[in-house]
Design a protein around this ligand. Structure first.
Ligand code: HEM
Length: 193
């Protein structure tokens, strides 16, 4: 089994649970609902963020690292623009656990698919949003597929064994749990920086 196959198998049911928690109709019903979605996502992301050792990912040759990193910081910027300030994402820690970093990043990078669906529905209902409020969901714009494919190729190029697959799968499941917990709370406490 490849790393990608292992991650997909390990997280399929978690993704289904999470998708079941997020109502596209509700999220795209109003700007306030959209802002709430971003706050909930931020909560999940912040919980995952400390796992992400960007130095290690650079050493492992993650393609387009800066652009990927910038997409996550754009979430904080969008929330500021929407009037829901949240603290910036903290600097990640150094990690010796490459499989955990990779498993967690898989979940975060994969979230670009759902984001594109939500943004498209939001814009169909409400028209184009101010550009500074949807930088995160816009991701890499018409390059989203390319960035995902490049990520997957990188993932598949890593030299891994069974232990790596198992640890990365555990980490990916844990990352989904952070999001499932964040989306279970319908009114996250506003955090003002
Ligand atoms: C309403 C919300 C969401 C919808 C509608 C949605 C939908 C999708 C769709 C359609 C795909 C498959 C894309 C493709 O292969 O062409 C996908 C993949 C994925 N999504 Fe979501 N998603 C949502 C939320 C999330 C969230 C919040 C996360 C993580 C925090 C997430 C993580 C992933 C991952 C990791 C994949 C990659 C699976 C793979 O191909 O290996 N999704 N999603």
């Amino acid at each position: 089994m490849t790393l990608l196959q292992a991650l997909r198998k390990a997280t399929q049911s978690s993704h289904q649970r999470l998708e079941g928690q997020i109502s596209k109709e509700e999220v795209t019903a109003s700007i306030d609902a959209y802002a709430l979605y971003l706050r909930q996502f931020h909560q999940g992301l912040a919980a995952c963020w400390l796992q992400l050792d960007w130095h290690l990912l650079a050493e492992w040759g993650l393609p387009e690292l800066s652009a990927r990193q910038a997409r996550y910081h754009a979430l904080t910027d969008d929330l500021h623009a929407l009037g829901h300030p949240v603290p910036p994402l903290e600097r990640g820690l150094r990690s010796e656990r490459a499989p955990s970093v990779v498993g967690c990043l898989y979940v975060l990078e994969g979230s670009i698919h759902g984001g594109a669906i939500l943004l498209s529905e939001l814009e169909t209902k409400a028209g184009p949003l101010p550009a500074d409020t949807c930088r995160f969901l816009s991701g890499f714009h018409d390059q989203n597929r390319y960035y995902w494919k490049d990520f997957v190729s990188w993932l598949e190029s890593l030299e891994t064994g069974d232990d790596f697959l198992e640890a990365a799968s555990t980490s990916a499941r844990e990352a989904f749990e952070h999001f499932i917990a964040a989306f279970a709370v319908k009114s996250p406490t506003p955090v003002v920086s």
